[in-house]
Design a protein around this ligand. Structure first.
Ligand SMILES: *[C@@H]1O[C@H](CO)[C@@H](O)[C@H](O)[C@H]1NC(C)=O
Ligand SMILES: *[C@@H]1O[C@H](CO)[C@@H](O)[C@H](O)[C@H]1NC(C)=O
Ligand SMILES: *[C@@H]1O[C@H](CO)[C@@H](O)[C@H](O)[C@H]1NC(C)=O
Length: 379
């Protein structure tokens, strides 16, 4: 019988120790090493879309001086499938929730370092839930709540009274975003027969690219009304004004040179994309529009199908994917021109004289601001 070499014996020994230790100390043993955090609490700071969550370290935390103690903090609104996860050493957080639903949070302790042989050890979870008071029946909530962020300058929100709204109902819109000390009431309501059915909010540039919390609540004699809670992202609700200074000209090779300027107002020009459509009129019939381009540039050359007809070009803009996930299309800006003559048919102040005047003015000021206007515009 051949003897095993020493290193194989020690390998066998290690395998033996591994299996017996797993049997004697099942994984639960290592979990019990560390306790979950204590005193998990949720409080409402009255800011319409965020809650404050706080907890205390586990009781045995001092015994782990060779290990780091961290927390895995997870939260969601009831009905969401996924938890949002934060790994932290902090003991306090302010996070956004849909306040019309129950807020759910859970926290566990994570321990890692020499005391755990550099293996991450997790405690059990500690849970808490919170619900703001929701008086009144669900049907008493305002309906069809919509908001549009016009030209990145003002937000206009509108709604309709709830189904159970009694006569003489008084609605109020309150809002908050990071940077305001407390929730603020709208001071510019839109009314229909004395009832507030909308609100215009100015000066929200600080609220761009963050959560804007809104609550529309109401009161009526002897009836409780359900408040509506909404969290908005302004950049995803932007609607620009129509593009300006649309100029169409026909080149010698029967190409259409189309050029325009970004709309006036607060919309950042680099945040826009444009759709260009062309219609070739068939006699008296209504023009059939066909999309010819989606682009971020403000000029386009289109080869022309039929030179003997009146044609029209129209352009509209919306926020591009570099600035937002979504947005609203602007209204169209349109120009028509006749078949043979390489000229703009509607020479209005805004479409022809104004751009030239603006160019001259800007040139005089030494500022070049207008994007490439093609050849032949001034013909
Ligand atoms: C706009 O809001 C800022 C703070 O966000 C404030 O300092 C400023 O006075 C406001 N301007 C107007 C015109 O309301
Ligand atoms: C509406 O909500 C605001 C902000 O939370 C609150 O100050 C106000 O009292 C509420 N009004 C009614 C009628 O519930
Ligand atoms: C151009 O217009 C003429 C006259 O209506 C028509 O017969 C012809 O098919 C058109 N051609 C194109 C390419 O649309």
């Amino acid at each position: 019988v051949q003897q095993l070499p020493p290193h194989q014996i020690s390998l066998l020994f290690c395998v033996f120790v591994f299996f017996t230790s797993t049997l004697c100390f099942p994984p639960g043993f290592i979990f019990n090493l560390v306790a979950p955090p204590q005193d998990l609490q949720i409080t409402d700071p009255g800011l319409l879309g965020v809650l404050d969550i706080e907890w205390k370290p586990p009781p045995n935390v001092q015994t782990f001086n060779e290990c780091t103690v961290k927390y895995k903090f997870e939260y969601r609104s009831a009905g969401d499938r996924d938890w949002k996860v934060i790994f932290t050493r902090k003991l306090k957080f302010r996070v956004g929730f849909d306040l019309s639903r129950t807020a759910e949070v859970r926290v566990q302790t994570l321990l890692e370092g020499t005391c755990t042989d550099d293996v991450e050890v997790q405690s059990d979870w500690i849970y808490a839930t919170f619900q703001v008071p929701l008086p009144g029946k669900l049907e008493s909530e305002v309906q069809n709540f919509h908001c549009i962020y016009h030209d990145w300058e003002y937000l206009k929100c509108t709604w309709q009274p709830g189904l159970l709204a009694p006569r003489g109902v008084r609605y109020g819109l309150y809002y908050w975003y990071e940077g305001l000390d407390h929730a603020v009431q709208c001071n510019d309501y839109i009314q229909d027969r004395g009832i507030n059915i909308g609100c215009t909010l100015q000066n929200l540039s600080q609220a761009e690219y963050q959560d804007l919390s809104i609550c529309v609540n109401g009161s009526a004699a002897a009836t409780l009304l359900r408040p509506l809670y909404v969290t908005l992202r302004l950049h995803n609700l932007a609607k620009p004004s129509p593009p300006e200074q649309l100029v169409v000209s026909v080149s010698a090779v029967e190409e259409l040179q189309v050029a325009w300027s970004p709309p006036a107002g607060g919309t950042p020009p680099h945040c826009l994309e444009y759709e260009v459509q062309l219609a070739q009129e068939e006699g008296e019939a209504e023009a059939a529009w066909a999309s010819v381009s989606m682009q971020m540039e403000t000029a386009l050359t289109i080869s022309r199908a039929n030179k003997s007809h009146i044609s029209c070009v129209r352009v509209r803009g919306r926020t591009n994917i570099f600035c937002a996930d979504q947005g609203f299309w602007s209204d169209w800006t349109q120009e028509c021109f006749s078949g043979m003559e390489p000229k703009v048919t509607s020479v209005s102040f805004t479409s022809f004289i104004k751009p030239v005047w603006d160019q001259a003015l800007m040139a005089a000021m030494g500022i070049c601001w207008c994007p490439a206007l093609g050849d032949g515009i001034l013909v």
